[in-house]
Design a binder for this molecule. Structure first.
Ligand code: ADP
Ligand code: MG
Length: 240
């Protein structure tokens, strides 16, 4: 007898979080003694969600992003990427997840100075084995999303700060990651340029159903995201 009609898998698939932090702990040991940054931090971010992390300097935003991006390991708790627990994985397995599923944007762009904008966005795709033609097509599409396709052939030194950051964002999502982590991506830009860069970022996040965790000091940008979180006594708390 068929049991298909009563399958629990019917209906829309449940959304799997792109990122989960479960009771994450992180303590640095310095000359002045131990410094606890995270002490039972919990966070869940679903695909398509943009979450702002807003906290004063030195509180632990970068630490949180490094842990979520598998660049650092927690002292306790679990970091789960698209349903996969990462605590037991080897360094090379973490590197693979990072390459395939996570994109990073930093305050300073770190673009390769001797390559053009479009080449910078092609690079991670070529490293992953994508053909020149497909990588170029995708890079041009991302530049169009960021509204800077006319700057495709410019080198970083021939781009404004805001344009450089838009290229850096396009590069971070070139391999279609599931999770985008950005550490004060507009931190060195003026307010109106920040707005433009954020528009491009938001467009890509929405179009590709990325999950994004973005550290920012800019309250206008934070207000435009789906949720705002901060850190208090080593825990993540929702704002408002
Ligand atoms: P934020 O990004 O919010 O400014 P960070 O996550 O960079 O904060 O740093 C949080 C705290 O942890 C700071 O006081 C910083 O000095 C300290 N810290 C960061 N990284 C290290 C490290 N590798 N070793 C020791 N202390 C660190
Ligand atoms: Mg920081």
């Amino acid at each position: 007898m068929s049991t298909q009609s009563t399958s629990p898998r019917e209906g829309p698939p449940a959304r799997k979080p792109a990122l989960r932090l479960i009771d994450v702990e992180r303590t640095y040991t310095g000359a002045a003694g131990p410094l606890t940054i995270l002490n039972g931090a919990n966070l869940t971010i679903f695909p398509g969600e943009m979450v702002a992390i807003v906290a004063p300097s030195g509180v632990g935003k970068s630490t949180l992003l490094h842990l979520a991006g598998l660049l650092e390991r927690p002292d306790g708790g679990e970091v789960v990427i698209s349903g996969r627990k990462t605590g037991e994985l080897s360094d090379s397995e973490l590197t693979t997840i990072r390459r395939l599923q996570i994109g990073f944007v930093y305050q300073f762009h770190h673009l390769l100075p001797e390559f053009s904008a479009v080449e910078n966005i092609m690079m991670p795709q070529l490293i992953r084995g994508t053909s020149q033609r497909v990588a170029h097509q995708r890079a041009m599409q991302l530049l169009a999303y960021m509204r800077i396709q006319k700057r495709a052939e410019h080198r970083p030194s021939e781009l404004s700060g805001g344009e450089q950051q838009r290229v850096a964002i396009a590069r971070a999502v070139a391999n279609a990651p599931r999770l985008l982590l950005a550490d004060e991506p507009t931190g060195n830009l003026d307010p109106s340029t920040s707005g433009l860069v954020f528009d491009g970022l938001a467009q890509i996040v929405r179009a590709s159903k990325l999950a994004a965790l973005i550290a920012t000091h800019n309250h206008d940008l934070a207000a435009r995201m789906d949720r705002r979180i901060t850190l208090r006594e080593g825990k993540i708390v929702e704002m408002e």
